[in-house]
Design a protein around this ligand. Sequence first.
Ligand SMILES: [Zn+2]
Length: 507
Amino acid sequence: MKRNVSIFDTTLRDGEQSPGATLTTDEKVKIALQLALLRVDTIEAGFPIASNDDFEAVKLVAQTVDGPYVAGLCRAVEKDISRAWDAVKHAAKPCIHTFIATSDIHLQYKLKVSREEALAMAVSAVRFARNCTDRVEFSAEDASRSDWDYLCRVTEAVIDAGASVVNLPDTVGYAEPEEFGRMIRYVREHVPNIDDAVISVHCHNDLGLAVANSLEAVRNGAGQVECTVNGIGERAGNASLEELVMNFKTRAEYFDADTNIDTCQIFKTSQMVSRLTGITIQRNKAIVGRNAFAHESGIHQHGVLSNPLCYEIMNPEMIGKKTEIVVGKHSGKHAVRDGLSSLGYTFEEHQLNTITERIKALADKQKTVLQEDIIAIADDVLNESRMGVAAVKLEEVTVTTGNKTTPTAVITVDYAGEKKIAAAYGAGVIDAVAKAMTKVYGAPLKLEEYELKAITGGTDALADVSVLFTDEEGREYHTRGLDEDIVMASVKALVNGINQMEREKRR
Ligand SMILES: [Zn+2]
């Protein structure tokens, strides 16, 4: 019988630590719900002691998500563990994930404690966590640069103290596959009580080996891999979930192992994480990159048409990516319903109507509507409904620009039932729109970041604008707008932002 490898997803914790990625609590819950559909075994939702926002996000994920374990990360000290427990205790299946470094370099320079002291801290942290819950994971930070015999002693002691998962990370991405596999085997062979816990690994991609190291660890007895969607994470990122899962699936006979993942949810999850974190997927990224299944050379195309097995070891349907266009100008609500249902979306009738209208409007303007567009529109509509009643509604916007014209914007909005008009000029039309919006709102908004991305190619593509701005008190708001027109997408992102501020105010 095939061995089952658990998937521990840390997109919301390590992934969110990616430089440039910020997720709001709402966005984290949205991703967590999708991860549950993907059927990951554990969702690491955050680091509750890090900030109030982190705490609230972990708590909300714990309250909302059903299925996977919901883990909160904490250092090996009681106050951190209690805080993590307060956040994850709301979950149907809570998990406390506590860690301390075991490498001499970390002990000496970062923690300034001896090996014996660190060992004692690890044991008492696990005992303390076990008083809260049965599911306790312990991580030996920087395991790959630790003394193997010391690592074995720590592993044995924390298992004795009640840890059900022991994670041995390659925190700095230093390990090489064969050597990392050997380390896992060494721990398995030298820790007498090793069968009382699952060995987990958590690999970073500094040398591009995170997936290779994780796979080698599984071959040597690891039963859990920690990973992120699209491989995002600190520095060069973490092991990529989709690459790991598809290795097990495609080379089942080699690994003799499988996961619980519903691979048909991979593409949708990947797109959602990319859009919400703002971290784009490189075109040639394995599994989920736009080119991953594109055959360019004539010889390859001919081969694939004769028999896909000539050049395809996987097919796009396996990850839920349909090669054909699901919806066009002439297809109706049924096609949209079927297309979205096959992607795992659930929606109400009025939402389906709005999604269909927007897809058709897009199909009128651009020849082909790709699956990426449909996912983006569906997410946008469902997100709007979740946000509830908006305080500010856009009624009209007019912009003028040119090589001899000062860019200006005039906007009309309905602000809590009152009509407001404002005009402004700026360095460009987007700047003018932002300034006019500030006038309407009557309070300063500082635009910190602005990013424009086309969902699919071409000048008629769907534009996805994400903005980050701060209010008078320095609070950050991260919102997005989606439209075929870049000015409109920008206006929508700003309006969404103001509505988010209004909701925050009312709270
Ligand atoms: Zn990490």
